[in-house]
Design a protein. Structure first.
Length: 341
């Protein structure tokens, strides 16, 4: 059924249809019988897939990645679709409109997306207010970044502001220094600036109570030498884990005609073409760290087999985004059913 609906949705601009669909879901959620129906249809019941990580009990290992609900507008509605956790963001201290539109593109031949959204969001305080008023008690991660006009030497200020604003409202944090859509951001993945940033956030974490798991989201385009640095940084800063991976700037081996891809221009590629590389990064980090670094897997997860590949490579949890767009609202339930069997 969703494949038929998807054809209609894919005929509309990708960003416009996102907000339209979320309006429909919000309407359904506002009606009690519809809300109950959504939960009965999409929430996997009685599965043995629950797991505890960082002292947090996740009802299942399938989460929704950051980028889908940037502003924490839809956590209640999305909780009805069976996700074990939802990561909001990327959130910046101050509101910003993001990059000019169009900035989100589908590559159906590759089951992929290209986006250059540019951290469009309403700011950390607004996100915190929305989370404060939510109804569903789903686990929430807070993905934080810097404003576009903040120079890298001041980036630590931005991350700290968002960290403090969201601290009481999220269950864990993810530091995003790996998006390709904010100029210069990936330079913060270099060893020295990244170590300083993470140590600063850990000091703030201790000041505020020290009980929020802090993770780092990394790019799939890092070399093994850079990944070795990441493992060392995680150990030296006492970070709690890694999200692997963000989108890629690579355009290799796509089925979509090169001219069409070139016409889209810059942006991060996500979806099926990222599956293999994301798994390689997860496996490498797991091996290099001796399995001591918890990993949330993201990149090319569409099915239970995709999720199992990531878990077998060393991940503890998985996240979907592009797979959600292509597979529809039942993706979390179907992955959970597949993993359970």
């Amino acid at each position: 059924m969703y494949k038929i609906i998807r054809k209609i949705l894919f005929a509309i601009d990708a960003e416009k249809v996102h907000y339209r669909v979320m309006k429909w879901l919000t309407l359904a959620y506002s009606i009690a019988p519809m809300r109950s129906l959504l939960k009965s249809m999409f929430v996997a019941r009685g599965s043995k897939l629950g797991r505890t990580l960082w002292g947090i009990r996740f009802p299942n290992p399938v989460g929704l990645a950051a980028g889908f609900d940037k502003d924490a507008k839809y956590t209640d509605q999305l909780a009805c679709l069976g996700f074990g956790f939802i990561e909001i963001g990327t959130v910046t201290p101050r509101p910003q409109p993001g990059n000019p539109k169009p900035r989100l593109f589908r590559l159906p031949a590759d089951k992929a997306l290209i986006n250059r959204m540019g951290f469009n969001n309403d700011g950390a305080n607004e996100a915190a207010n929305r989370l404060r008023n939510r109804k569903e008690r789903i686990i929430i991660g807070g993905n934080i970044g810097k404003n576009k006009d903040t120079p890298n030497e001041k980036a630590g200020d931005d991350y700290e502001i968002s960290f403090r604003a969201l601290y009481t409202q999220v269950d864990y944090f993810v530091v995003n220094v790996s998006s390709p859509n904010t100029p210069g951001l990936r330079e913060l993945q270099d060893k020295e600036p990244l170590t300083l940033l993470l140590k600063r956030l850990q000091r703030v974490n201790q000041e505020l109570g020290g009980n929020k798991p802090l993770l780092l989201k990394i790019a799939p385009d890092l070399t093994n030498e850079q990944l070795n640095d990441i493992v060392e940084i995680i150990r030296s800063t006492g970070l709690d884990g890694i999200v692997a991976t963000n989108t890629t700037i690579s355009r290799n081996n796509l089925a979509t005609p090169a001219g069409e891809v070139d016409a889209i221009g810059a942006g991060g590629l996500s979806g099926a073409p990222l599956r293999k590389r994301a798994t390689e990064v997860i496996s490498y980090i797991h091996t290099q760290s001796g399995g001591t670094i918890p990993i949330i897997a993201s990149g090319g997860i569409f099915t239970a087999a995709d999720a199992k590949e990531k878990l077998d490579a060393g991940a503890s949890l998985v996240q979907v985004y592009t797979g959600f767009i292509y597979e529809g609202p039942g993706i979390a339930r179907e992955i959970c059913k597949g993993l359970a069997s």
